[in-house]
Design a protein around this ligand. Structure first.
Ligand code: PMP
Length: 295
């Protein structure tokens, strides 16, 4: 349930009821997937309701629009203010915020003139729940970076993600792990991937992935905690000899992986580097201090 009759959303400069909001069925976004969006979480932190990495998410929204040529006029600071107001008007604390930049009526394949902003929010629990994930290597690859702007969070890109997640679920898994066009591990349909081997974390470099804000947070946490981390290509064969692995993303947060293609990792999750990163991440979003003792 994303909204009720009382839910308020932001649409083109006004806060209105979600049930009164309308869009144009001739929208270029609806027909061709030409729009940009973000997924952002807010937490009831020790210091009140805080939108985690609000600035970074709205900067990325503006960057996504710029990369594909959607004229979008809002300033980042303005967008942050709207998001906080939205939470307040809906009395939300632990929640998920979804800004969507969408285009007006345009049935041609040219860049749009009319561009609109919708922002809504809802309460959203852990995306993957508390369980460890069973992944499978997807038959769907991430798109060729020469075909799309990989660093842009564009609506149409998510056809690829929906195909991969749906296939994984049909095959009885929780989520997919996708390779890139060169056969290297890329990412999950809506989250980035880290693998642990001999006390080092590895994650695929930018190029064939959406460089996640959570991924960057994990890299920062590793630096702070002196956990060695390397950005480099990971072959599917390396998955089998890894000690542990996890997904990270705004919705998924830090989600431990139990197995890939039914082959479990050798390390128990609670002993893994991922579990430490998960704790540190939790503390960061809640603005709590985190102490970590290297044994
Ligand atoms: N990859 C893809 C394809 C995604 O959709 C997301 C979610 N935005 C991520 C990675 C993780 O990005 P972030 O940490 O910024 O949420």
């Amino acid at each position: 349930m994303y909204y009720t009759k009382d839910t308020i959303l932001f649409l083109n400069g006004k806060f209105i009821k979600a049930v009164d909001a309308h869009t144009d069925l001739y929208s270029q976004t609806l027909h061709y997937g030409f729009g940009a969006f973000e997924g952002i979480r807010a937490y009831q932190s020790l210091n009140g309701v805080k939108i985690f990495k609000a600035f970074e998410h709205f900067e990325r929204l503006r960057k996504s629009c710029a990369l594909v040529g959607i004229p979008f006029q809002y300033e980042t600071e303005e967008l942050v203010q709207i998001a906080y107001q939205l939470l307040e008007r809906n009395n939300l604390s632990d929640s998920y915020i979804r800004p969507l930049v969408y285009c007006g009526p345009n049935m041609t394949l040219t860049q749009p003139q009319d561009v609109f902003l919708m922002m809504c929010a809802w309460e959203w629990d852990k995306y993957h729940g508390d369980k460890l994930l069973k992944l499978c290597v997807s038959s769907y690859q991430r798109p060729n970076p020469n075909s799309l702007k990989m660093e842009a969070k564009v609506t149409g890109h998510y056809v690829n993600s929906i195909l991969a997640t749906s296939e994984a679920k049909v095959r009885g898994y929780d989520e997919a792990l996708m390779l890139d066009m060169n056969g290297n591990v890329a990412e999950a349909p809506g989250a980035n991937f880290f693998l642990e081997k001999n006390g080092v974390l590895y994650t695929p470099p930018v190029g064939h992935i959406l460089p996640g804000i959570t991924r960057q947070t994990v890299l920062n946490i590793c630096r702070e905690l002196d956990i060695p981390v390397k950005e480099r290509n990971i072959s599917p064969e390396e998955l089998e000899s890894a000690d542990s692995a996890f997904l990270c993303g705004t919705a998924a947060e830090i989600a431990g992986i139990e197995s890939i293609d039914a082959k479990p990792f050798r390390k128990e999750w609670y002993e893994s580097l991922g579990a430490t990163v998960q704790e540190a991440y939790k503390c960061q979003v809640l603005e709590k201090s985190f102490s970590y003792v290297i044994i």
